[in-house]
Design a protein around this ligand. Structure first.
Ligand code: NAG
Length: 322
């Protein structure tokens, strides 16, 4: 029977490690890694299973060198023998697997996430409007109907500081729940959000479409030619290039992903996949177009002006009727 190794701790450190919530519950962050040392003793096999159940992707720590050892032992006082991964290079002792020892697990770290805004900030929305209107200029602002949107936004003045998700629909504005979107930095700080059938109830197994639905893009081009020519003329090409160049990160989004989906993922070419907080949406047109998918009856395209946190986006919402 193969000998199992354990690490004998002689490092006497009692400084508590700083905990940052990038590690799963019960794990401590040391040097960008996540460790959990047991206080109970287990056989080798039970220690291995305990590690697996503590967090997704967690296993007995691998100790290959002094740095691994220092990180894993940080804050632990010894001497106590610990089970570690048998593939470790830096080992003090070998011992039969039925001996009971404490053990150290390591789990993958999740990237820190910034919480989405939950509260409506009327002042920020108004200044976002002013900035966007100044950027777009009078002709494009008129083409998009920014003035009517601004009037409806005024009706929300009394809701400053309220929970976004609980705001009422007033006049032309409807409150959309938290969603996923592909967003496109269209130039001059103007952002176009694409809410596609593939991202609305985002499913990493479905992934992102290879190209944008051209009939939906045509709706925007035909109805808002000034806006389209200035900000979206490269939309389809940029999107197709980004899908060719950037792998939709299997580690982050694949079936074995350990961490919650990050709220923002760079897709290249000016695109991101983003988690969007509840938003105020002001639909400006709705069109039904022929859907290339034979299983769908029609494709509905809705263009809206939308308040997302402290910015204002143009949103292209595409969905299919089945
Ligand atoms: C606002 O309108 C949307 C779309 O019509 C609807 O789904 C939602 O329930 C409405 N919200 C409220 C608070 O009435």
């Amino acid at each position: 029977m193969m000998n199992r190794q354990f690490l004998f701790c002689l490092v006497l450190l009692t400084i508590p490690a700083l905990t940052v919530q990038m590690c799963p519950d019960g794990f401590e962050e040391v040097d960008g890694r996540c460790f959990c040392a047991s206080t109970t003793e287990r056989t080798f096999e039970m220690a291995m299973y305990d590690c697996m159940y503590k967090a997704p992707g967690s296993s007995l720590v691998v100790i290959d060198d002094a740095e691994d050892r220092e990180d894993a032992m940080f804050g632990l006082s010894g001497p106590v023998p610990y089970w570690i991964n048998p593939n470790s290079l830096d080992v003090d002792f070998n011992t039969p697997p039925d001996v009971e020892n404490c053990y150290i697990c390591e789990a993958p770290q999740c990237p820190p996430t910034t919480p989405l805004p939950t509260v409506f900030d009327y002042g920020a929305a108004v200044s976002a409007y002013d900035n966007l209107e100044a950027t777009l200029g009078p002709e494009i602002s008129a083409e998009l109907g920014m003035g009517s949107f601004r009037q409806d936004l005024d009706l929300y003045a009394g809701y400053d500081g309220n929970q976004l998700a609980n705001l009422p629909n007033i006049s032309g504005i409807i409150i959309q729940p938290e969603r996923w979107a592909v967003c496109y930095a269209s130039g001059e700080g103007v952002i176009t959000g694409l809410f596609l059938p593939e991202t609305r109830n985002f499913d990493p197994n479905v992934g992102l479409p290879v190209e944008l639905p051209s009939s939906a893009v045509a709706v925007v081009r035909d109805n808002y030619p000034l806006f389209f020519n200035r900000y979206l003329s490269n939309l389809e090409t940029d999107y197709a290039n980004s899908r060719d160049d950037v792998d939709f990160d299997e580690v982050t989004y694949g079936p074995d992903a350990n961490c919650p989906y990050p709220p923002r993922t760079e897709l290249g070419g000016g695109f991101d996949l983003d988690r969007i907080p509840p938003a105020l949406c002001f639909p400006i047109i709705e069109r039904e177009v022929v859907d290339p998918d034979p299983a769908a009856r029609a494709m509905i395209v809705i263009v809206t002006i939308e308040v997302v946190g402290d910015t204002i986006w143009i949103e292209i919402l595409v969905f299919r009727t089945r």
